[in-house]
Structures are given as C-alpha cells and as structure tokens.
Design a protein. Structure first.
Length: 221
C-alpha cells in the first residue's frame, strides 16, 4: 500500500512539474499580432486582473517574463496544446469569469476541454464568450496530445475535466450523456471507424479521454 502511495505521489509531482515548465509557443494579442517565445500555462500566484485566468510569457530564455491576463490574449499555443479565451460564470466550470479552454479537436464543430470546479449552484454552465476564428488572431497549429493542465494562475482545488462543443467559444455548449453520440459523431465524422465505435457505445462520455486518443491515432493513419 505504501509503495502505491509513493508511486502516486511521484506521478503527481511529475505532472505538476510539467505544468510549471516553460514551453515553446506563441500567443495572439487582442490586435491579432502573433508573439512567439516561451509560455508557462499554469503559473503560481495572482494574475494581473482579478477574476481572470493568466499565463506567463517571455520572448526568449534570457528575457524577463511577463504575466498576461485572459483579456490581453485571444489565443495561445504552448507545446502541442492550443487554448482559446472563454467567458464563464464565477460559480460554473471555471475559477475565473474569464479563462482559457483547450481546443482538443479542431473541426468545423470544435471540441473544447476545461478543468471545471466540482460543485457550484449552476454546475458547468457557460455564458456567451469570445468567438475566435482562424487566420490572423487564430491559433493555427499545435493541436495534439500532451498532459491535461489545469489552467489559470494558482490552484483550483477540487476539479474535474469537462467538455464543450461549438464553432467557437461564443457558441460553446456542454457535451452530455444525452447528446454525446450525435455530437461526437459529427465532430469526428472524418473517421468512420471512430464514428462506428461511438454509435455502438464502445466509447461514452465517461471514456472521452480514451476516445480522443483513439481518434488521434486513427487520424494519423
């Protein structure tokens, strides 16, 4: 039992260390200008603006870092993961009123992932957000695997992974058990084998993480 606890503690430390690392990437500011450099996704401490998630950015290894609030950024890529700014109720899925969501599948209807707070009087509701399109000010490449990082400065306490779908964050709606088959079949419609497994319930909302891995593997063939 003790060895298992030690192993779990080590894995948690590794994941925490990874989330604190500087990763090569870039962000688009509110004017649509691309800024390349290094990004730290989950920095410690307080952000520049109350009730907004934030990231840290530096132009190169020797440059001083700056903290960028969600309202300073349209979108960003860190390592292989891409994120977009979204609005949410304070007692909903996010710790902040404005925070970031990860783009898991980039399709006409996108799949978004967030680390939601467990509990809250309104559950995981989403308010109209900031719609981000492609092109100038979009997020381009960078979609892929990588660890799931709870974003936004400081700890989030008790959290769980929640998923949303929509053409952009302004249209985000939660993926539920009731709409899972229809929505995920449409999002992953380019891979018939994946769609077949969704519709025959080989994958469900509870196994979304495994479905995403399977879809990415199928997309590479």
């Amino acid at each position: 039992m003790r060895s298992i606890l030690i192993s779990l503690s080590f894995m948690l430390l590794v994941l925490t260390a990874k989330s604190q690392k500087w990763q090569p990437g870039y962000f688009y500011d509110i004017k649509g200008t691309k800024n390349a450099g290094f990004i730290r996704v989950d920095p410690r401490g307080k952000g520049p603006i109350k009730d907004e998630g934030f990231i840290e950015y530096k132009e190169d290894d020797k440059a001083a870092s700056i903290r960028l609030s969600a309202s300073d950024v349209r979108s960003f890529v860190a390592g292989r993961d891409s994120f977009i700014v979204a609005m949410a109720p304070r007692d909903g899925w996010a710790k902040y009123e404005m925070d970031f969501v990860k783009v898991v599948v980039d399709a006409p209807i996108r799949l978004f992932e967030a680390q939601g707070s467990v509990g809250g009087s309104r559950g995981f509701g989403v308010e109209p957000g900031i719609g981000i399109g492609g092109g100038s000010g979009g997020f381009g490449g960078g979609f892929g695997g990588g660890i799931s990082i709870p974003i936004g400065g400081g700890g989030r306490g008790s959290t769980k992974t929640v998923y949303f779908y929509g053409a952009n964050t302004a249209e985000m709606k939660p993926v539920t058990n009731e709409n899972f088959i229809d929505i995920m079949s449409e999002i992953m419609g380019d891979e018939p084998d994946v769609v077949e497994k969704i519709q025959t319930k080989k994958f469900t909302l509870n196994s979304m993480d495994k479905l995403i891995v399977y879809f990415r593997q199928a997309s590479k063939k």
